[in-house]
Design a protein around this ligand. Sequence first.
Ligand SMILES: Cc1ncc(COP(=O)(O)O)c(C=O)c1O
Length: 350
Amino acid sequence: MSRFWSPLVHSLSPYVPGEQPKLDDIIKLNTNENPYPPSPRVKAAIASAADRLRLYPDPRASLLCETIATHCDVAPDQVFVGNGSDEVLAHTFQALLKHDAPLLFPDITYGFYPVYCQLYGIRYEEVPLDAQMRVQIADYRRPCGAIILPNPNAPTGIALAREAVERLVAEHPDQLVVIDEAYVDFGAESAVPLVARHDNLLIVQTLSKSRALAGLRVGFAIGQRPLIEALVRVKDSFNSFPLDCLAIAGAVAAIEDDAWFQQTRVRIIASRESLARDLSELGFEVLPSAANFVFARHRRHSGADLAAKLRERGVLVRHFQKPRIADYLRITIGTEQQCSRSIGLLKSLI
Ligand SMILES: Cc1ncc(COP(=O)(O)O)c(C=O)c1O
């Protein structure tokens, strides 16, 4: 604390990301990173972009916007890129989600949403997930300024069908609906094809998970042009160059290597299904996941206790000391070996 702090700084409770330990021999299943490396083409592209470090990067990252547009079958000016999807989300909150009526999001969801609301002075209401931890579209039929949902939701991993997302968007023609698709590539249906017919829909995605580039910090949004223009206006009032030239080159290479993307994605999905089966056999209740993690609780053992015991044995998983989910563990899908080591340890603890 200091007398130089503005009143806003006093009022903030910042988001706390999962631990990034210094130890190399730890099995790190706590922050939903990809257990496999990015496409080898990424390294080569970054190495050759390093020749251009003397120059400022392209402030609009046009090459990356064009590459994403081709991949998603939209126009390049329907794409906005930023320094991780967290930055894209931050600009979205400021540019598009601040209204007189409250913003709605689930009571159990990505922990950054209330933090952005506090930072930007946005009123919000949490809409409880149902007893099975699912989003019910009908629960959002209430006065609001806008809606944001991850799909699949985090940390539950449960996905909504595209048809349900479209119903939500159609039921709120005068409110923006933001779908945060950080984990969509692991088995959910993207709402990107709906953007052409809904001017109140914005999709946010990241290269941190399915493209294995959490360290490069690249995320993007897709929506109709006026929404993208709002994000560009905020970004250009904040930082002209959020993506450096290495990040732009690496991201383009990752998106272009579709074969690598498909191989690693399919492998993670297969590991998730076998991890979920093994956990169920050990007496865990495992929520149906369409993400690169599972959310599970044990009938007899507390989440905090299991997380602490796994940690002592070199396996990091995520535990949230929060109402409704304090019994659960969120376990990121690791390599096949990491998954079987974790199951072996859990067997010995249960
Ligand atoms: C639901 C959700 N959205 C967005 C993000 C941010 O990802 P990044 O900033 O790495 O793109 C995360 C990260 O874990 C997430 O879980």
